[in-house]
Design a protein around this ligand. Sequence first.
Ligand code: C5P
Length: 308
Amino acid sequence: MSTTISVQCTAKLNLTLAILGLLADGYHKLDTLYQSVNLDDTVFFTFDTNNSQIGFVESGNDVPSEFPLDQNNLIIKAINLYKLEVEAARNIGVQVRISKQIPIGGGLAGGSSNAAAALYAMNTYFENALTTAELRHLAAKLGSDIPFCLHGGCARGTNRGENLEPMPHATVMHFLLSKPRDLSISTPAMYKAFDQHAEVLQKRPDTQAACQALEEMNLKKLAEHMGNDFEPVVFSLHPQLKLVCDDMLDNSALAAHLSGSGPTLFGLFKNELDAQIARASLEAKFPQNQNWVCQSSQYGVVSLDLVK
Ligand code: C5P
């Protein structure tokens, strides 16, 4: 018998991302304010009790060629990790199909979000064999952003980013996202470049103040405390990215920054109309960029249906 579970999973932005030093395990100590946005992928998991194979089935044109369809894919790693943890899951076969909107290597946690979808689908199929805390622990083993992708909404992330302090969904925020089509950035490479540059960081983000501003629903104040410590190093390697931020600021963005280690840039706007006007400006000046007008989302992963 086969059962399909469809899961929608969202992209994330880092409203703040402060890099505070090195941890004993070599990872970087972060203080970041994550925010989910309604740019999402849909992942379909078909469970088969007659075989124990795990793999992808043919996906449509909306899957980019650089998306790995082998054991290196975080979805496959997530399924395998779940199988190791939950004995009842050992012999299940899982076929995966994906419809992708979140760009790959964009700083939007697309891969992490897909992995979160896989953990969620497995745990749904196996009737919550793991508690929320256990699933989050498994997610942290797979990647620093994955616990947030499971949780979704808005949360402060500390340590590697996996320690979460949820923030209330205070208000709907409007964003414009922009990514050069032909540029992807490797996160480990950017952490290395960050360590080597060691230049004096001037305007640092302030996550505590940003959280306070969100609680007060004060977007202007939030904008003042946003920022990303990767910006000096990423903008010096890819100066065209800063021009995109500048253009958003010229078009009434309250703030414009890099998400994660980039290369996606995002602006925070007072309303959707302002974001659409700024998008038109980007389309005229940066035709090589892909742009999305998005809203903050309360969700990380959502089950769309359960078809038997
Ligand atoms: O945790 P994740 O697998 O997403 O991290 C990818 C890479 O990014 C790590 O191997 C590490 O090099 C770097 N990283 C880091 N500090 C963090 C998160 C990630 O150095 N807090």
